[in-house]
Design a protein around this ligand. Structure first.
Ligand code: EPS
Length: 366
C-alpha cells in the first residue's frame, strides 16, 4: 500500500507518531558501505523537533537501532532494518479531536478512506514518519558521495512572505531556519515569535540541490528523474508544490531566455534545474518544494465531527508553526533517495555505455 520508495534502493517505512516505534527496511543497498549508529545522529538532529523555539517542543531522542543488514560495521547487501523508539508521546492532547476533523488536515481524508484512524499525533500522517526517510538517506548520501562525489544540500528559500536577500551556503547550518542569509535571521526570529504568539501558522519553500550528479541519471519516459523527484517531494506531508529549475517561472520566459546554452567553458545558465528529457545533464539538480501552513492550530474554528455535527475545533499539542522549516533535511533526504535509486538503475542498464561527447562543465552553477 505504497509505503515503499524506489525500485532498486527500496525503502519501506512503518510506524505511527504515537506508537511504540517507527522504522524502515532498506532493500537493495549495495554491500560494503561502512555504517555505524552514530552516522545517523547529525541528520536526525537537523530534522528533529525541540531544537529551537520555532519548532514543535516534543523531544525525541531519535536513537537508531540497526537490526539487520550490517555486519562488523559494513552493509552486507541484505535488508537493512532500522528502528527508532518513540519516547515522548503525549496522546491526551488528541482526545478532544479524536472524533473531529481539523480543517486542512489529512485526518478527514484518512477517515473517509479507511473508516478508522489513529488520531494520536495524526498517526501515520504525522511528520514523525519523515524521520525514517532521513535515516535511510544517510546511507544513500554516503554511497553517493563516496562512489560519485555527489553532494546533496538544502536550504529554506522562503518563509511566509520572506525571501533570502543573499545566498551563502556556509551559514545555512548555523541558524535554526536553514536560511542562507545570516543578516536576516533576527528578522526571521521576530517573524516566527509573533506568529507563534498569534497561534497561527505559515507556509514555506525549501530548495534542495545536488552537486556532482553525472550526466545520464533518470529513465525516460515514466521514470524521469524530474518526475520521480516530484513524486518523492510530494510524498512528504504538507507539500503542495514542486518545481524543477525555474519551474513555474518558465511560463513567462521566452525560449531564448530559458535554453541553457552550452559553451566550451560549461553551460551558460541552469534554467532546466539539471534535467533534460528526464535525464541529468551534469549540472546542479535543483528542486524547490512548497509547504502549506500547518493545519493543527489552537485558534478555534467551526468544523465537523465524525457524526457530521458542527463543532468548535481547537487543536492542542506541540505543533510546528511552520512545518517547512524542519522539512529542509527531509527534502534533502528525498533528493538523495531518488538519486541513489536512479544511480543504481542507470548502472544496471547503461553501466557499459561510454559517452562520445566531452562532458560539459557545470561552470555557471550557483
Ligand atoms: C506533528 C505533531 C507534533 C510534532 C510531530 C509532528 O507531535 P505530537 O504528535 O506529539 O503532537 O512534534 O513531529 C515529530 C514528533 C517529529 O519527530 O517530526 C504532526 O502533527 O505532524
Amino acid at each position: 500500500m505504497s509505503n515503499t520508495h524506489g525500485y532498486l534502493f527500496r525503502v519501506t517505512t512503518f510506524g505511527e507518531s504515537h506508537g511504540p516505534a517507527i522504522g524502515c527496511v532498506i532493500d537493495g543497498c549495495p554491500p560494503g558501505i561502512a555504517i555505524a549508529p552514530d552516522d545517523f545522529t547529525r541528520d536526525l538532529e537537523r530534522r528533529a523537533t525541540g531544537k529551537s523555539r520555532h519548532t514543535s517542543a516534543r523531544r525525541e531522542a531519535d536513537v537508531v537501532e540497526i537490526l539487520s543488514g550490517v555486519y562488523e560495521g559494513v552493509t552486507t547487501g541484505t535488508p537493512i532494518a532500522l528502528l527508532i523508539r518513540n519516547t515522548d508521546q503525549r496522546s491526551k492532547d488528541y482526545t478532544a479531536i479524536a472524533a473531529q476533523f481539523r480543517p486542512g488536515h489529512a485526518d478527514y481524508a484518512y477517515w473517509q478512506k479507511y473508516g478508522i484512524r489513529d488520531p494520536r499525533g495524526g498517526g501515520r500522517s504525522s511528520a514523525r514518519e519523515t524521520t525514517m526517510r532521513v535515516a535511510a538517506a544517510v546511507i544513500a548520501k554516503k554511497w553517493l558521495a563516496e562512489r560519485h562525489g555527489v553532494q546533496v544540500r538544502a536550504h529554506l528559500s522562503q518563509l511566509g512572505t520572506l525571501v533570502p536577500a543573499a545566498h551563502d551556503w556556509s551559514v545555512v547550518e548555523d541558524n535554526p531556519f536553514f536560511w542562507p542569509d545570516a543578516a536576516q535571521v533576527p528578522e526571521l526570529e521576530a517573524y516566527m515569535d509573533a506568529l507563534r504568539k498569534s497561534g497561527d501558522s505559515v507556509g514555506a519553500e525549501v530548495t534542495a540541490v545536488a552537486d556532482g550528479v553525472p550526466p545520464g541519471w533518470g529513465e525516460p519516459i515514466y521514470g524521469k528523474l524530474d518526475a520521480e523527484l516530484a513524486a518523492a517531494m510530494m510524498s512528504i506531508n504538507a507539500v503542495k508544490g514542486v518545481a524543477i529549475g525555474d519551474g513555474f517561472a518558465s511560463v513567462a520566459q521566452k525560449g531564448t531566455e530559458h535554453r541553457d546554452v552550452m559553451t566550451p567553458d560549461g553551460f551558460a545558465s541552469n534554467h532546466a534545474g539539471g534535467v533534460l528529457g528526464g535525464i541529468s545533464t551534469g549540472q546542479q539538480v535543483v528542486v524547490s518544494v512548497a509547504f502549506k501552513p500547518t493545519s493543527s492550530l489552537r485558534l478555534p474554528v467551526e468544523g465537523l465531527d465524525t457524526e457530521g455535527r458542527v463543532v468548535d475545533i481547537v487543536t492542542t499539542g506541540r505543533h510546528d508553526p511552520c512545518v517547512g522549516i524542519r522539512a529542509t533535511p527531509i527534502c534533502e533526504a528525498m533528493l538523495a533517495l531518488v538519486l541513489m535509486d536512479q544511480a543504481l538503475r542507470h548502472r544496471a542498464q547503461c553501466g557499459d555505455v561510454g559517452t562520445m561527447t566531452p562532458r560539459i562543465p557545470a561552470a555557471r552553477d550557483g
